[in-house]
Design a protein around this ligand. Sequence first.
Ligand code: NCD
Length: 337
Amino acid sequence: MKRHLISAADLTHDDATLILDTAEELARIAGRSIKKLPTLRGRTVVNLFFEDSTRTRISFEAAAKRLSADVINFSAKGSSVSKGESLKDTALTLQAMGADAVVIRHPSSGAPHRLATSDWIGGSVVNAGDGTHEHPTQALLDAFTMRRHLAGGPGGGPTFHRGPGDGTGRDLAGRRITVVGDVLHSRVARSNVALLTTLGARVTLVAPPTLLPIGVEHWPCEVSYDLDRALAGCDAVMMLRVQSERMNAAFFPTEREYSRRYGLDGTRMAALPEHAIVMHPGPMNRGMEITAEVADSGRCTAVEQVANGVSVRMAVLYLLLGGNEPAVTTHRTEESK
Ligand code: NCD
């Protein structure tokens, strides 16, 4: 694994599997009354958030604290300093404070990459969502959630085996995942397509043509405009939030029209295969891409995804900062410099 986690596309099958397996180990301590491990004692993790966040930010903070790291939360929202300079100046300040890892969320695609390839900081950079580009830890927690529900023999079901050394039943190979909605603005969709494909799953994107990015035909997935057809036979359906804050034009006629064609309601959910799960990264627009009936149903894993996020982010921080080989010292270390 590289020193930084910028893109889900950087993860090999082995990297991703190592993170997911480590997260599975760490998830066990979430059930204990004392949830803390001493692993990152004395290390400093800075959460640098230039954009709003509820889940991701709290999740990274909880993850770092459960590993006993010192956590500094920096919220840059509202800053009027120009983007490039402010990022550099902020980074230099963090370096002066001895940050071992910087978790960054930024409205500009590429900001974490800029940080990681600069000599402004010496620690690891973790992308917590950059513009419309990538959100690798979200994809990892989504894959973790899918593995728990779907990995196993054909037909899926809760057949996940957790026995030590058990290499079977952990793979998402051949699983069919349908990702629906505002793909154009979704870093979650981009990271999921990359990671799920690496893990052997087959992804279908469903969106109105106006909400698909240019060049999507070159992505390693299928594209459809027909939600009902894409739902039949899928193992998981991931609903994306309609990201109104990133929209500067009308991408669909009305909200009603959007939810009728691309929203998940009780009738559509009933048409899913029995074992299929409904996912959403949050925050949800209830009544838009997902109805309250579906969001509150037992098949919706949105809350479980949040809980899994802590374990997955613990695994990422552990492997980047404190983990022993083979977590961070693979053949890719050199090229990551
Ligand atoms: C996502 C994000 O911020 O990209 N949310 C999250 O991290 N839980 C998706 C979204 O905002 O719709």
